[in-house]
Design a binder for this molecule. Structure first.
Ligand code: ADP
Ligand code: MG
Length: 267
């Protein structure tokens, strides 16, 4: 699904990613661990082009999205992102948070399809052009309610995020990502900002997604999650992948000296 080839990223003179190569297949759960400042967040942000890579390729579903000529918005919508600090829109209700991106992108598509139809360029999606904005909103609202039901928070649809606990906010952020039907979800330390008693409910939801076959890339300090849920664990240190292995091998038989040192501190 994603092929990262010799990905480099510098900020000014500082090279933060020094050549990352990794392949992420459909259904993979890739846990990324590593010391603070090693480039984990930068890597995730490059994956969905929130940061422009300095060089290298990111082949996503066959297209090099690191190529400046590619319209990244078309591809980015297939990648969900979940952040440490939730990044919900605080001036929007819970259900508005969930509906916003899918309604916006589908209405944009609708405009394009209508335009194509009007100007008879062919290839227009007639079924899409037959829809109305109101129908799209109605459909997305139903979907959002179903997602809220799934996490037992349907009674929170019309409240603002500030009234929610951290665990509730993060579970909403996760279903907000799901509302776009993404091919892959990128998680950047999704439990690091939570009070300890709320970590479990978020990890539980992530485990459910994993068992349903969602492709996930998870930067995490939760070694338990990496051990139990990940299909592969990756150690990033000083901007390079120092080790990559199945969890059992990774934790029981680490080879890289820096990884051994890191594990001795966190386990
Ligand atoms: P991690 O997520 O592993 O803790 P980051 O990817 O956030 O690490 O950061 C890696 C390095 O890149 C750090 O030294 C950080 O200061 C630097 N960095 C990250 N983002 C920027 C930025 N926008 N501008 C300048 N330096 C940055
Ligand atoms: Mg980080």
């Amino acid at each position: 699904m994603i092929d990262v080839i010799n990905l480099k990223k510098s900020f000014g003179d500082v090279e933060v990613l020094k050549g990352i190569d990794i392949t992420i297949n459909k259904g993979d759960i890739v846990a990324i661990i590593g010391p603070s400042g090693s480039g984990k967040s930068t890597f995730l942000r490059c994956l969905n082009c929130m940061e422009d890579p300095t060089s290298g390729q990111i082949i996503f579903n066959g297209v090099d999205i690191a190529d400046m000529k590619v319209d990244i918005n078309i591809h980015r919508r297939h990648m969900g992102m979940v952040f440490q600090h939730f990044n919900l829109f605080n001036n929007k209700t819970v259900i508005e948070n969930i509906m916003l991106a899918p309604v916006y992108t589908r209405c944009q598509d609708l405009k394009k399809a209508k335009r194509k139809k009007l100007f008879g360029k062919g290839g227009a999606d007639a079924s899409l052009a037959g829809l109305t904005k109101e129908q799209i909103k109605k459909e997305e609202k139903e979907k959002a309610i179903a997602l809220l039901k799934r996490i037992g928070l349907e009674d929170k649809a019309d409240v603002y995020p500030s009234t929610l606990s951290g665990g509730q906010k993060q579970r909403i952020a996760i279903v907000r990502a799901l509302a776009m039907d993404p091919d892959v979800i990128l998680f950047d330390e999704p439990t690091s900002a939570l009070d300890p008693e709320m970590v479990g409910e978020v990890l539980e939801l992530m485990k459910q997604l994993a068992s349903e076959g969602m492709t996930m890339v998870v930067v995490t300090h939760e070694m338990g999650f990496a051990k139990e849920v990940a299909s592969r664990v990756v150690f990033i240190d000083e901007g390079v992948i120092k080790e990559e292995a199945a969890p059992k091998e990774f934790f029981e038989n680490p080879k890289d000296a820096r990884l051994k040192e890191f594990l001795s501190k966190v386990l």
